[in-house]
Every structure is written in C-alpha cells, then in structure tokens.
Design a protein around this ligand. Structure first.
Ligand code: APR
Length: 226
C-alpha cells in the first residue's frame, strides 16, 4: 500500500508565483481590513466592495503560474498517495497537476448561491457582478470561506492527517483556526516538517523546521522521497 503524504499549504507556497500572502510585509491584510472585505458583516454591508476585492485577487490568480514547489508536490503523486490540504483559494496546485486537493477555505474560481450554499458554480468569467444570480434567483458570492464561517472538508482533512506517514506544512503562519489545529492530528511517528523563510515561524512540537523558500526547500525535501 502506498504511503500517504499530506501537504498542508498556505499563501506562502504561492508567494513565488506572484500572489500576495496575508500577514507578511505588504500582505493583503496590510492593505485591507478583514472586516471590510472578508466577513459576513462586510457582505451584508457592502457586497460590491467584497466582490471587487475578490475580483482583483481572481485576476491575479489567472495571471499567476504554478511554481516548482507546486510542481514537485504534483510530481510526487507518481510515487505516493498525496493529499494536499490547502488554505489557498487559488488553483495553482491543480494547474501543477495535483489531483487530490482539499480547499478548506474555498476556491476563488467558483461562485456560490447566497440562499443555498449547495449551489456552487465554476465561474465562466473573470468577475462576479451584482445581479449575477443563482438558479434560485439569489445573488452569487465568491465560494470562499469568510472569517467566522465554517470551513470546508475539515473532517476529510483531519482523516488525511491521521493517516499520514509524512506531513509537510508549507507557507502558512499557522495562525487561523481550525485549520492550524490540524498539525496536531498527525501521528507521533510520522515524519513532520514545516517550511518557511521566516526565522520566527511557528513550529509545532514534533515538526522539523526547514528554513527557506518553498521553491528551494520543497523540491530538495521531496527529491529522495519516498
Ligand atoms: N515560501 C514559503 N513560505 C513563505 C514564502 C515562500 N516564498 N513567503 C512567505 N512565506 C510564509 C510566511 O513566512 C508565512 O509563514 O508563508 C506564510 C504566510 O502566512 P499568512 O500570510 O498568514 O498566510 P496563511 O497562513 O495562508 O493564512 C491563513 O488566513 O486570512 C486568512 O483565509 C486566509 O487562508 C488564509 C488564512
């Protein structure tokens, strides 16, 4: 039976593809207040501002390309059972070739009904506009998880972590729960790594810290696997 390797990724793995992170210098939360663009209250107060925020990020995603870290993770699927649990709403893992991706914070290239969350649509255009309605006649919103909302696929992500022989955490500050808490679900005898260039990176007990950029450290770590 192939061993299972789980990658828990965050905005940092897409940084070298040109997409902003959130909490680094110049990150998204330095230019916007979460309360204004990524909360249910923001959507109620000014949906156009929320739509514009995600339209701009969607344009950046479409202009971005997967980097060698995304590609190394995808290539590993030829040799191992790989599950990517990502907080990222971009599709760079999929475009690199990963086939088993859990988007626990949603996907920016999809839209969701505001009256029936089970109605999700792959976007055929670059923007979601006021007046774009679901089949039940309600306004569409980005299919992303706002602060304060429940995350997607959490039970599936937990199960993946519990069955992992190796866990690699890449490009996340591990500050947003419940996803950050997944690191504790890994078996004590699993090989566990955290990759980030930040010397102040939070490293959970039992994890080995590999300081460096994803495009350097991920290919280097995976080169000799399994
Ligand atoms: N390679 C690897 N890691 C990097 C790189 C890089 N080139 N550049 C930055 N990083 C690291 C930073 O050191 C930091 O640890 O990526 C992490 C980015 O952290 P955040 O900006 O907090 O992003 P993330 O952890 O994904 O945020 C989690 O918060 O705002 C919400 O929903 C949003 O999914 C997001 C969640």
């Amino acid at each position: 039976m192939k061993e299972t390797i789980v990658f828990l990724t965050g905005a940092g793995i897409s940084a070298e593809s040109g997409l902003q992170t959130f909490r680094d210098a110049g990150g998204l939360w330095h230019g916007h207040r979460v309360e204004d663009v990524a909360s249910p209250e923001a959507w109620e107060k000014d949906p156009s501002m929320v739509l514009a925020f995600y339209d701009a990020r969607r344009r950046a995603v479409r202009d971005a390309r997967p980097n060698v870290a995304h590609e190394a993770i995808a290539a590993l699927e030829e040799r191992c059972e790989v599950i990517v649990v990502t907080q990222n709403i971009d599709d760079l893992h999929e475009r690199a070739g990963s086939r088993n991706v859990l988007h626990v914070h949603g996907e920016i290239l999809k839209a969701r009904s505001t009256v029936d969350p089970s109605l999700v649509y792959r976007l055929a255009k670059a923007t979601i506009d006021m007046g774009d309605l679901c089949e039940k006649g309600s306004q569409l919103r980005p299919d992303v998880v706002f602060f304060g909302e429940g995350v997607y696929a959490l039970a599936e992500a937990r199960k993946a972590m519990r069955n992992a022989r190796r866990v690699v955490v890449v490009g996340t500050s591990l500050t947003v729960f419940p996803v950050a808490g997944l690191v504790k679900e890994a078996p004590f005898d699993a090989e566990r790594y955290v990759i980030s260039p930040d010397s102040h990176q939070q490293v959970p007990d039992g994890y080995m810290f590999l300081q460096g950029k994803a495009s350097d450290e991920v290919p280097r770590l995976l080169r000799d696997w399994p």
